[in-house]
Design a protein. Structure first.
Ligand code: PLP
Ligand code: SF4
Length: 344
């Protein structure tokens, strides 16, 4: 029998060290959330009339200050600003743009697990992101009750364990690296007991938008993962890279992890051959091979970012005519019910 004093001690809070806020968590909390503050930081007060308060209510602005520092002063067309500022274009209702454009609701196989494709299980590890991207297909996703973290991983892990066809687990979200490292350790420790898992993949925008996240604790977690692991980062424009991103990715690569970049083709951000070529070259220089160039998911409030398939194919062909083959990402669209991302 456990004496009362001892069981109380077992329930005592963890030591202070575990409760300390890491630097990246402080930076994350310190993100800019007020569209007007963001505009005044950039000397763009005159653009305030374009802000949509209703769009900002539906999906609030959030952007780390280090990412703001990569935006150009006084440029209302800055490609990084356009990705995060809630503007009046979002208020237009456009036919064909819906709440669940990619069929996430139908693909849900358990709390926080999406299984759309052979062999792969995608874990919606958390609903949180360090940045809120206006074009994101998950802006309408019911995160609060759909994340694996909330269900304490149990249900999600049981689903994966009971399905021997799953050989790759994809940590996604939201942004899985917005979870504390201790949570990630907990998750992969539980997955390590599932014999049919052969690969792990992590989809995260944090190495780009908050490279401070790649700290010693995260690196030692990455270093000790028992599977060949791929990190898919997400940058849409060459200006998203800077020395801090280069340094973070170099550290990740030292652990032996493969780093890929995926981007979304976005009007006003990267819809030119020059912008796409610069993105591929810069991302490769940072250690990330181009993986996918996604056509926008037709999600409500994002129509102003759309590029037609014709123009997209033209850009892609011109890119292929200019760059080394391995620098050309695959142009794809996600179609609900398809067996994989559909090449265009
Ligand atoms: C995109 C996606 C994947 C990964 O697809 P790949 O083509 O292997 O990159 C896996 N599961 C879901 C639910 C997805 O949406
Ligand atoms: S899921 Fe990715 S694209 Fe969407 S808001 Fe989060 S970081 Fe941006």
């Amino acid at each position: 029998m456990i004496p009362a004093a001892q069981s109380a001690q077992q329930r005592a809070p963890r030591p202070i060290a575990n409760l300390q806020t890491s630097r990246w968590q402080q930076l994350w909390r310190d993100a800019v959330r007020d569209p007007r503050e963001l505009l005044s930081m950039l000397g763009l007060e005159g653009m305030a009339a374009r802000i949509s308060d209703s769009a900002a209510m539906q999906f609030p602005l959030r952007v780390p200050r280090g990412f703001v520092a990569r935006m150009r002063q006084g440029d209302p067309h800055d490609p990084l600003l356009r990705q995060v500022l809630p503007i009046d274009d979002e208020d237009r209702i456009v036919e064909g743009f819906t709440l669940d454009a990619v069929g996430d609701a139908a693909a849900r196989s358990a709390n926080g697990v999406l299984q759309k494709y052979q062999g792969r299980a995608l874990l919606v590890a958390t609903g949180s992101c360090a940045i809120h991207c206006r074009y994101c297909f998950r802006r309408h996703f019911p995160y609060s009750d759909e994340t694996a973290a909330r269900a304490g991983w149990q249900e999600a892990i049981a689903t994966i364990r009971n399905d021997a066809s799953v050989d790759e687990v994809i940590l996604s979200g939201g942004d899985p690296l917005s979870l504390a490292t201790s949570k990630l350790v907990e998750l992969t420790d539980a997955l390590a007991g599932v014999p049919h898992i052969k690969r792990l993949r992590i989809h995260s925008r944090l190495p780009v938008v908050l490279p401070e996240r790649i700290d010693a604790g995260l690196l030692s977690w990455l270093d000790r993962l028992p599977w060949p692991t791929t990190l898919v980062i997400h940058a849409n424009h060459t200006n998203e890279f800077d020395g801090s991103v280069d340094a973070a990715l170099a550290q990740v690569r030292k652990t032996g992890i493969t780093v890929l970049n995926q981007a979304v083709l976005l009007r006003g951000v990267n819809d030119s051959v020059d912008a796409l070529a610069a993105l591929s070259e810069r991302s490769f220089a940072a250690g990330a091979l181009p993986y996918y160039l996604h056509q926008l998911d037709r999600v409500s409030a994002t129509a102003h970012f759309e590029i037609s398939d014709d123009i997209a194919q033209g850009l892609h062909a011109a890119l292929a005519a200019r760059l080394s083959g391995y620098l050309v990402p695959r142009l794809v669209r996600e179609i609900a019910g398809d067996p994989g991302k559909r090449p265009l």
